[in-house]
Design a binder for this molecule. Structure first.
Ligand code: CA
Length: 306
């Protein structure tokens, strides 16, 4: 079975940070969110390097899962090595690092590689499941029974990571496979989204029925809670056919709020979608630095033909 994915990706500065240190990749069949850390713009360098290392994977077309998983692991290791080397060379970037949650679609399943506290969620029917484990101090404490899950959300050390890309010479990467069904919705997000937005609101937002609507709702919800951090959402909706919902179905929306390595600046032919903030709303509009519309992605199914 081959599933088709429509996706939307959105990254917002939030309301309290001077710059956006999140980066994402939404190039079918590969999707990722990276949340950088480190002062003086080092965070966005680190997240950009992670996404760039992954992007290089797109040139390869692994025939089997084993090779694909090995390539994902190699991309994460390569990103780790590059960030660590760059941080060692430049004192202004010392200690920089990034999370990375990457997902590779493979026909009827996905392979994931994950380090840090960005998250992947799966919505199936009414049920929302977090499919990644946070590599954070408080998450370790919860797993060890030393902290209640409710306390973790507001804990002062909630953003302290126990694992990240680029902070050590080597990194352990979580890798796993998720089987998918038509109707499934996947979310990759940074903690600027999963922190302020409750699970119930995440579930309702993802159930919007359209990836672009879902991504907007989720980002808006995080902003309603003050937007304390950069907010990034990559939403994928899986279906059995790629033609079903008319011409609009072939369009996805990508709106990074930072100029990462993800592509060219705005194409002047790209009109803002109708429900963008109007011109009379400069404070919010300013955050959308560029936008691009891309074609729908087909989930890769290298072993199938015709
Ligand atoms: Ca963050």
């Amino acid at each position: 079975m081959t599933l088709f994915a429509r996706h939307a990706a959105l990254s917002h500065l939030g309301r309290q940070r001077p710059g956006n240190e999140d980066a994402f990749l939404a190039q079918p069949p590969l999707y990722a969110v990276a949340d950088g850390m480190g002062g003086a713009k080092a965070g966005e360098v680190a997240s950009g390097m992670a996404v760039a290392a992954l992007e290089e994977m797109l040139a390869q077309a692994p025939a089997d899962d084993e090779t694909a998983a090995a390539q994902l692991a190699a991309a994460a290791a390569e990103a780790n090595a590059r960030i660590y080397a760059a941080a060692s060379k430049d004192s202004a970037r010392s200690g920089m690092g990034t999370t990375l949650t990457a997902l590779l679609l493979r026909g009827d399943h996905a392979l994931l590689a994950h380090v840090g506290d960005s998250r992947a969620y799966l919505l199936r029917g009414d049920e929302l499941t977090q499919i990644t484990h946070d590599h954070s101090l408080v998450a370790e404490m919860v797993r060890e029974g030393r902290l209640a899950p409710d306390e973790a959300r507001l804990h002062p050390y909630r953003s302290v990571l126990s694992r990240a890309l680029g902070t050590e010479p080597d990194v352990q990467v979580d890798q796993f496979r998720v089987d998918l069904q038509a109707g499934d919705v996947l979310l990759l997000c940074s903690d600027g989204l999963s922190g302020p937005v409750s699970l119930d609101k995440l579930r309702k937002g993802l159930a919007a029925g359209d990836p672009e609507k879902a991504a907007r709702r989720l980002v808006d919800e995080a902003l309603r809670h003050g937007g304390p951090d950069n907010i990034t959402a990559v939403v994928l909706q899986l279906s059995l056919d790629d033609a079903g919902s008319g011409a609009d179905a072939a369009e996805t929306l990508i709106l990074p709020a930072n100029g990462s390595s993800l592509g060219a600046p705005a194409d002047p032919d790209d009109d803002p979608p109708d429900d963008r903030p109007a011109a009379g709303d400069p404070p919010r509009r300013r955050h959308w630095l560029w936008m691009r519309r891309g074609r729908e992605g087909r989930a890769a199914a290298p072993e199938e033909s015709g």
